[in-house]
Design a protein around this ligand. Structure first.
Ligand SMILES: *Cc1c(COP(=O)(O)O)cnc(C)c1O
Length: 432
């Protein structure tokens, strides 16, 4: 019954079955370089496709509004305990439907409408929920943004500008300081944020949406115990189902729980919570430490290959799963939008991204954001990441020649054929 591909259970709906089969084939035969994506284990897929999707469980374990919640309680308690143990946090809330929901709930728990919040500039790596005017966050709170330092020839620039952060904290007196990024290739040390927050009497929230898996796997410093609240997604480097979660100390536990439900959400997705429990256990295994370290090595290998091909990298390189590419040095005419489109045709899936002080609009951009988390799960190593870098450069150089695009697409398919994220006929096997 619990299937990850379109099989028997969907035989009665050939339209949807065909779409799912095509999507599985797309994921298998093209390179997945979207930095926020990953390939979950079959166990995570199975839990996500389980009968818990039928259950209404408003409230929390032991305090539900409806009957029949014995097993929803069990699975949510297990997920909470595993999340808390994995990250060494006193309290975990595993109900947020997404990273955005986790962030909105955290704001609801920690600050009042109209309060000032300091967060990263959107066009320099921050997230929509860090105060974009089109987001409910930007409409509800008074966001003030800090950015990155100017680019430097030796690659030492484009780091989070802690001096600017400190100055803004002193002049704006925010109630909350947010660390965390959606496009940033360096380690974020939570300690200076804590010091600045303490100096001005602000709370400190760390949005670990991207590095959660690197933190769980010990490749990046943990903000748990340093930040007042840590939010994260479960589907990026953590490799679980699509969703969010919040960690905090006991002093914020009640406020966080009340903010998620009934503050923001209705019934939790207990099938996804079951899958989160599976993912937290997977991330606690020794193999996951190796995975996190390999993700970082693979991103570095991809970065090196791209520099050899003549690309400039934002922040001069990478220390996490992301590589932010400035296309202008490679080809001043090439936009992020055009690059993304031709790469898609060649079977290399990634997204355009603004670079700091990008002269082009967010829809066009001068950059690309690449990530190593998904293909590392599929088994690629540094050699393959270098190959991917060379293929990417080849197709961008030959982008006006359909034959080049077709040849690269065939090579990409051959490469991906050796690294199938869901090899057929091994459904019961767990991933290392
Ligand atoms: C991805 C991301 C989010 C939002 O996660 P969704 O699950 O897409 O809602 C929030 N913050 C940051 C920094 C992110 O990168």
């Amino acid at each position: 019954m619990n299937t990850y591909d379109a099989d028997d259970a969907l035989a009665g709906d050939p339209e949807v079955a065909a779409i799912l089969a095509s999507e599985l084939e797309r994921q298998r035969s093209t390179v997945q370089l979207i930095a926020s994506e990953n390939f979950t284990s079959r166990a995570v897929l199975a839990a996500t496709a389980s009968v818990l999707t039928n259950k209404y469980s408003e409230g929390y374990p032991g305090r539900r509004y409806y009957g029949g919640n014995a097993f929803a309680d069990e699975v949510e308690s297990l997920a909470r305990d595993r999340a808390a143990a994995l990250f060494g946090a006193p309290h975990a809330n595993v109900q947020p439907h997404s990273g955005a929901s986790a962030n909105v709930a955290a704001y609801l728990a920690l600050v009042e409408p109209g309060d000032t919040i300091l967060a990263m500039r959107l066009d320099q790596g921050g997230h929509l929920t860090h105060g974009s005017p089109v987001s409910i966050t930007g409409k509800t709170y008074r966001f003030v943004s800090y950015g990155v330092t100017p680019a430097a020839d030796d690659g030492s620039g484009e780091r989070i500008d802690l001096d600017q952060l400190r100055d803004l904290a002193r002049s704006e007196r925010p109630r909350l300081i947010v660390a965390g990024t959606t496009a940033y290739s360096r380690v974020i040390d939570p300690r200076p944020f804590r010091e600045i927050a303490d100096e001005v009497g602000a709370l400190f929230m760390f949005d670990a949406a991207h590095p959660a898996g690197l933190i769980a796997g010990g490749a990046h410093p943990s903000p748990v115990g340093i930040a007042d609240v840590v939010t994260f997604t479960t589907h990026k480097t953590l490799r679980g189902p699509r969703g969010g979660a919040i960690l905090c100390g006991e002093e914020h536990a009640r406020a966080v729980d009340a903010a998620v439900f009934p503050g923001l959400q209705g019934g939790p997705l207990e099938h996804v919570i079951a899958a989160k429990a599976v993912a937290f256990a997977e991330a606690a295994r020794p193999e996951f430490k190796e995975y996190a370290a390999q993700v970082v090595r693979n991103a570095a290998a991809l970065a090196d290959a791209l520099v050899e091909e003549g690309f400039r990298l934002v922040a001069g390189g990478t220390e996490n799963h992301q590589v932010i590419v400035d296309l202008r040095a490679f080809d001043p005419e090439l936009t992020g939008k055009a690059a993304q489109e031709v790469l898609d045709r060649a079977g290399i899936t990634c997204n355009r991204n603004q670079i700091p002080d990008d002269p082009r609009s967010p829809f066009v951009t001068s950059g690309l954001r690449l990530g190593s988390a998904a293909e590392t799960t599929a088994g690629m190593g540094e050699q393959e990441m270098r190959e991917v870098g060379a293929l990417l450069a080849r197709v961008l150089r030959g982008r006006s020649d359909d034959e080049v695009v077709e040849r690269v697409r065939a090579e990409v398919a051959a490469l991906c054929g050796r690294f199938d994220p869901y090899p057929p006929g091994r459904a019961s096997e767990s991933r290392s």
